[in-house]
Design a protein around this ligand. Sequence first.
Ligand SMILES: N[C@@H](CCC(=O)N[C@@H](CS)C(=O)NCC(=O)O)C(=O)O
Length: 308
Amino acid sequence: MTELILHHYAFSPFSEKVRVALGLKGLSWRSVDIAAAPPRPLLSPLTGGYRRVPVLQIGADIYCDTTIILPTLERLHPTPSLYPAGCEGVARGLSFAWDRAMWVPTIGILSHFIGDQIPPEFIKDRKEGYLGFDMSKAAMAPELHLHRQRVAAQYAWLKTALADGRGYIFGDAPSALDLTCYHTIFLLRKNCPAEVDAMAIHGPLIPWFERVSAIGHGRPDAMSAEDAFATARDAKPAPVTHLAPDGDPGGLRAGCPVTVTPDDNARVPVSGTLVAASDSEVVILRRDPEVGDLHIHFPRLGFDVVAA
Ligand SMILES: N[C@@H](CCC(=O)N[C@@H](CS)C(=O)NCC(=O)O)C(=O)O
């Protein structure tokens, strides 16, 4: 069971990071278009309650968070690489830092341009179940000047990296770091009027953005949520051969009941039994009465794993 199934929605920038990774690798994949807000009754049983998007499914193996989805695509489909020129360590570290530093300020700028068009129920969902704050234009306006500073300070190093006219951050080939820096700018350029460029996105960022965008999304083929659910139900989780059962840096052993919880937002603990772990990934077994056994994979960066 190797079909790649991506649960995502079109305007989700973190999903765009994965769509472009699938494009960079020239892969065929199944596309499950999900609601932009819960309830997502056919996805929640697969993730054990993890609510964020995107989610990658391969049979009964579920990958939550782009920080594990991209390395998994690399492990299963190594060429062309998401980590050219030996950049894997730096790309992984800076990608995490970029997402953490940029997400809230980027939402601040988005909200300045389109916050008053966002439906109240969406703002309520994001406040109560995800961000923990009100993303309406009125609520975010007092800190717009800070969001602009923070975004500009991050764009500054990206512009410096691209200033010599190179195609991508590490040279001639795109990397996971390009895709990460691209996806927050994708959110702004896709949804805001053209003035957003004048406010925030200048110089070498524009041709670089167009180059990353031109990579495309590979070969998506629509799949229903029902078919994806049935695929998980009819499959068995793949044996974990790339991690050791006793590889948890905190000493948790395979078979131990654990919870895995994001440490930034949407902090819903996912419960299961530890299958295997490393300092980069943790896999838990979840037994669902309707879907059966699942292996749920999380990155270690940005997640807390504790004995239940
Ligand atoms: N660290 C996560 C962040 C994912 C994330 O925040 N995704 C947004 C959509 S772009 C989300 O889940 N929003 C709330 C939702 O869709 O329910 C990752 O890299 O996958």
